[in-house]
Design a protein around this ligand. Structure first.
Ligand code: GLU
Length: 468
């Protein structure tokens, strides 16, 4: 059997990390088993399903490196097929027309509430003679769900059967009175027609799964395997919400998280393999399987994510990180961001990426490369540019002007020799320089910093500091 999984998001305008994780798991499971991973856009809510909302999903998946097989399926385009299946269920006597009006249904719910019963459809039209049908009243079509016995689902994550008494369930609507299919019906028909073998989704869908199982059985179709993934909660165990922090893929990208770090984190959040922590895509595909998925909800740990992001940034290619930094610097009009600045950032990157945990931090720490003169100094930096500091700068100016070649090694020797001659600690030489170069007291190693700025700019920044 060829394994086929799917990701079936509704275009809501964002790609929530719970869904992103479901996509990742479906992708890895399919790839691990040499199967296929397909994409279905559940765009039946026509108002929300704008092109923009659909693009958010495409872009999010591409950013995460989750490529799908074939063309995506758009659920709304399959409404005729959904209606056709309902017609078959009618023929089989497994579905019936329900003429209840909205008022009648509301009264039914009210009555149930008053009697402290769960609000369910009471089966008014289930066994009624269709000849009783009122004329000109629109009708919905409901599934004739089994009333006795149990509906049982094998769940691959819980590792056991999950069951519900059929008496607890009512006759779900398949087609609404305006002729549109419900979500429950559409998902079943599509998963069946698309030959999906494994449905992996959040466990908030578990009750839907019971109802969907009834549709499969009514049609005499084989059920796919189900794996319900425990949800991702906030750090405090409550439902993940805005107040906890970023929740959608775009927000994490905005906060400077790399896709490989997000994927690695989301994978480890709900799945484990021994003590493997840092896994690249190839290792993920090799090791992923359903038996490693945890059974209880996980808690989002933003601190751990940024730690992991730091690790992935140190592994990332400098050109790529430089491009990401330049995109951010380009949004600041207090900076230059031309090719010269790009080259400086690239040269600084080995030092910059040692310290930063996100691309945002990386860009903040790289910004000095594009500063225009004179620099604005932080109060701490200002302290290093007093009389003593300026003396150091003036002494260094001529030496640096004459240094050949202007490399980190040459700069390092020059600064050390200067410190020894003047009986200064190296810090007493480096700090005024750093203040003059960056306006702050932090930067990558001073030798790397000067070399990246280049002689001309270093001298200009020294002169500017001396004349302030
Ligand atoms: N479209 C549903 C959602 O975005 C998921 C459907 C499914 O995975 O079965 O929640």
């Amino acid at each position: 059997m060829k394994i086929r999984t799917r990701f079936a998001p509704s275009p809501t305008g964002l790609l929530h990390i719970g869904n992103a994780r479901a996509a990742l798991f479906n992708y890895l499971f399919a790839r691990h088993h040499g199967g296929e991973f397909v994409l279905r856009i559940e765009d039946t809510d026509r108002e929300r399903s704008t092109q923009q909302a659909v693009d958010v999903i495409f872009e999010g998946l591409k950013w995460m490196g989750l490529d799908w097989n074939g063309e995506p399926t758009f659920q709304a385009s399959r409404q005729d097929r959904h209606a056709e299946v309902v017609a078959q269920l009618m023929e089989k006597g497994m579905a019936y027309r329900c003429y209840c009006t909205a008022e009648e249904l509301a009264a039914m719910r009210e009555k149930a509430r008053a009697e402290k019963r769960p609000p369910r459809y009471d089966g008014t039209w289930r066994d009624r003679d269709p000849a009783d049908a009122p004329e000109g009243v629109p009708y919905a079509i409901r599934l004739k769900a089994p009333k006795e016995g149990e509906t049982i689902i094998k769940d691959l994550v819980q590792g056991e059967e999950v069951r519900v008494a059929n008496a607890e369930m009512d006759d779900l609507i398949l087609l609404r009175s305006d002729g549109t299919p419900t979500y429950l019906l559409a998902v079943v028909v599509d998963d069946h027609d698309m030959d999906i073998t494994h449905v992996m989704r959040g466990d908030d869908h578990l009750t839907n799964t019971f109802r969907q199982a009834m549709i499969y059985r009514a049609m005499g179709w084989n059920l796919p395997e189900f794996a319900h993934l425990p949800l991702i909660h906030g750090p405090d165990g409550a439902k993940l919400s805005k107040r906890h922090g970023a929740q959608s893929v775009v927000e994490f990208r905005e906060e400077g998280i790399l896709p490989e770090a997000l994927c690695n984190y989301l994978l480890r959040l709900g799945w484990g393999h021994g003590d493997a922590e840092i896994l690249d895509r190839e290792e993920q595909i090799k090791l992923f399987d359903i038996d490693g998925i945890g059974r209880s909800p996980s808690r989002m740990d933003y601190v751990k994510l940024s730690h992991l992001n730091g690790i992935w940034m140190r592994r990332a290619n400098d050109e790529r990180l430089t491009a990401l930094v330049m995109q951010r610097l380009a949004q600041r009009d207090d900076l230059n961001h031309d090719e010269t600045v790009r080259a400086r950032v690239l040269a600084l990157m080995p030092g910059l990426k040692e310290r930063a945990k996100t691309v945002v931090e990386l860009a903040d720490n790289a910004a000095f490369a594009g500063l225009r003169l004179p620099l604005t100094l932080t109060p701490k930096a200002e302290k290093h540019l007093g009389e003593e500091g300026k003396k150091v700068l003036a002494g260094l100016e001529t030496r640096l002007a004459a240094l050949e070649p202007f490399t980190p090694e040459g700069i390092d020797s020059t600064l050390r020799a200067f410190a020894t001659e003047h009986e200064l600690k190296l810090g007493a030489v480096a700090q005024p320089l750093r203040a003059a170069m960056t306006g702050t007291t932090t930067s990558p190693g001073i030798d790397l910093t000067l070399a990246a700025l280049g002689r001309e700019e270093v001298l200009a920044r020294i002169r500017s500091a001396l004349s302030a």
